[in-house]
Write a new protein. Structure first.
Length: 292
């Protein structure tokens, strides 16, 4: 038996997942390095034509590229882009998906049919092609601030990712809306908005958080892929995908140009996935119940 609150049980379960805890520490370190990128002795666009393709040294930890730019500095600045795109697009995706899924699952009927048909329509889109088309079209609009804006990438990723959390939340709401505590609250005169926000949604928090970690990893990979293809954040802003795109031409001459950004993408995505695993175990109601 234990007298720990539900919150403390969740934290206890999470901290028992050692890989998840290590992932949190590693991700925090990456955030600190990204925020402190401007403290390095180089700038991401600073060129040194006399030292192109320099292998890793104490002066250039990750070597230099074809223009003599410091790859370590460019990767740190690129991490700002990846983490920012991942975080904000995930917040937008989850917010929209939760709203659609909650309304659809709680009210049901014709409203559920309409929202789910819209969701199904978005699911049929060939994601990568639509991402490329939207990226190109948005940058053709007569707004200069869109030409090299991270906002473009964030919006198009969120616009094509909200369907999965929407379906998840809908299924959870369909299950929970008939539970006794919801029926009792409704009988006592509770409003639909209050029931959704105060009673049902908190019970969906675990799956939503896990879905959010998966979405953030997906967003980082998508942003890197778009930048690799030339449809993401445009130069001179450094991104991991853009660095990889340039490196493919020189992969045999200067392999470090491809190795380091590739490793950063791999580590970041794996780190976020391990955090998701820890959250999944921490919020598992069967595990929590067995520890009481």
């Amino acid at each position: 038996m234990t007298n720990r609150s539900l919150g403390s049980q969740i934290l206890h379960r999470f901290f028992k997942h050692r890989l998840a805890v290590f992932a949190v520490v590693l991700l925090a370190l990456m955030v600190v390095l990204a925020l402190g990128a401007n403290l390095t002795q180089y700038t991401p666009t600073e060129q040194d034509p006399s030292n192109p393709f320099m292998s890793p040294t104490t002066a250039h930890w990750f070597g230099t590229d074809e223009l003599g730019r410091d790859i370590f500095t460019r990767i740190l600045y690129g991490s700002r882009v990846s983490l920012l795109v991942g975080l904000i697009s995930t917040l937008l995706t989850i917010s929209l998906g939760v709203a659609v899924g909650a309304i659809s699952g709680y009210y049901g009927g014709w409203l559920d049919n309409v929202l789910m048909r819209i969701t199904d329509t978005f699911l049929t889109f060939p994601t990568i092609f639509v991402l490329i088309i939207l990226s190109s079209l948005l940058r053709e609009l007569p707004f200069p601030w869109l030409k090299n804006s991270i906002l473009v990438v964030i919006v198009i990723i969120a616009a094509l990712s909200w369907m999965w959390p929407a379906r998840l939340v809908r299924s959870l709401f369909i299950t929970l809306r008939e539970r006794e505590f919801v029926t009792a609250t409704r009988a006592l005169g509770g409003s639909s908005a209050g029931i959704i926000i105060r009673h049902i949604l908190p019970n969906c928090l675990g799956p939503i958080l896990v879905s959010g970690t998966l979405q953030m990893a997906y967003a980082i990979i998508t942003e890197s892929g778009l930048s690799y293809l030339g449809f993401g954040v445009q130069p001179p802003t450094p991104t991991w995908g853009a660095i990889l795109s340039t490196a493919q031409v020189y992969v045999f001459r200067a392999p470090w140009m491809a190795i380091y950004p590739g490793v950063m993408i791999f580590i970041t995505v794996m780190t976020i996935n391990y955090i998701g695993d820890g959250l999944r175990d921490a919020f598992d109601p069967y595990v929590i119940h067995s520890e009481k």
